[in-house]
Design a protein around this ligand. Structure first.
Ligand code: IPE
Ligand code: IPE
Ligand code: MG
Length: 243
């Protein structure tokens, strides 16, 4: 049934549950994060195969610095390694990589890896992959406002939107959070204004293609009204566009 339906153009995911996945196996938390990278690789391919245009994933929040030092440094190391290892596959899959977050505070090695990954994949057009790392929705809004203030520009919805870290893509259509928690944890506070929210009890390392398809099917069952009435939407399906 779902074959003829247009997939959500932009999917955003809070990849939560790595620690619990590891704990259930009596493994260190970092083993869960490593498994999480493998699942992300698979998810990127699955999204590209399904015609999704943009995938935005939450990999490390502004608040995750508060975790034990060992886990934080493990996550930094994992990112640096993943960047150098995954770029050839991203190139094969036609993925354009974007880093979204505050670069200050990251090590030179990580910053260089990010810049190289972005430059190497910049010409790809099949799928845009935004990796939110050292990212927080509040940070994004504050940095956008500060940018406009420094330029002496008026703050409007349009100017603020254009100054935000995700200005290169439209807002997410579907926002998935794995791991069973029903909160945003400072993810996409501005851009998720009209996203369809989907919460999965699956832990991120267990989030397979079938789970993605379930989320997309749930999305297709929603009626997006953008403030209008159901009757308006049903009488003019093209009115689904926000403008
Ligand atoms: C998400 O998994 C990954 C990061 C926040 C870096 P968690 O590490 O939060 O896993 P749980 O929630 O403890 O299971
Ligand atoms: C959100 O997960 C951040 C990422 C998935 C990167 P957390 O595990 O940090 O969220 P809280 O602390 O449970 O709200
Ligand atoms: Mg968590």
């Amino acid at each position: 049934m779902a074959q003829n339906l247009v997939p959500p153009h932009h999917i955003a995911i809070v990849m939560d549950g790595n620690g619990r996945w590891a704990k259930r196996r009596f493994l260190p938390r970092l083993a869960g994060h490593k498994q999480g990278v493998d699942v992300l690789r698979r998810c990127v391919q699955a999204c590209a195969q399904r015609g999704v245009g943009v995938l935005t994933v939450f990999a490390f929040s502004s608040e995750n610095w508060n975790r034990p030092q060992e886990e934080v440094s493990g996550l930094m190391e994992l990112l640096a390694k993943a960047l150098s290892r995954e770029v050839p596959q991203l190139l094969r899959d036609g993925v354009q990589l974007h880093f979204v977050g505050e670069r200050a505070g990251l090590s030179d090695k990580v910053r260089e890896g990010l810049a190289q990954g972005e430059a190497a994949t910049a010409h790809n057009t099949r799928l845009v992959l935004n990796v939110c790392f050292n990212y927080g929705g509040r940070w994004d809004m504050a940095q956008a406002a500060a940018k406009l203030a420094a330029r002496g520009e008026p703050i409007t919805e349009t100017s603020l939107n254009a100054a935000m870290a995700l200005a290169h893509v439209p807002d997410p259509d579907l926002l998935i959070r794995t791991g069973g928690e029903m909160r945003l944890s400072n993810f996409l506070l501005w851009q998720a204004a009209y996203s369809e929210l989907y919460f999965s009890d699956k832990l991120w390392p267990d989030f397979d293609d079938a789970a993605l398809d379930e989320a997309i099917a749930a999305f297709h069952a929603r009626e997006r009204r953008f403030g209008k009435t159901s009757e308006q939407i049903l009488s003019a399906p093209s009115a689904l566009a926000r403008a």
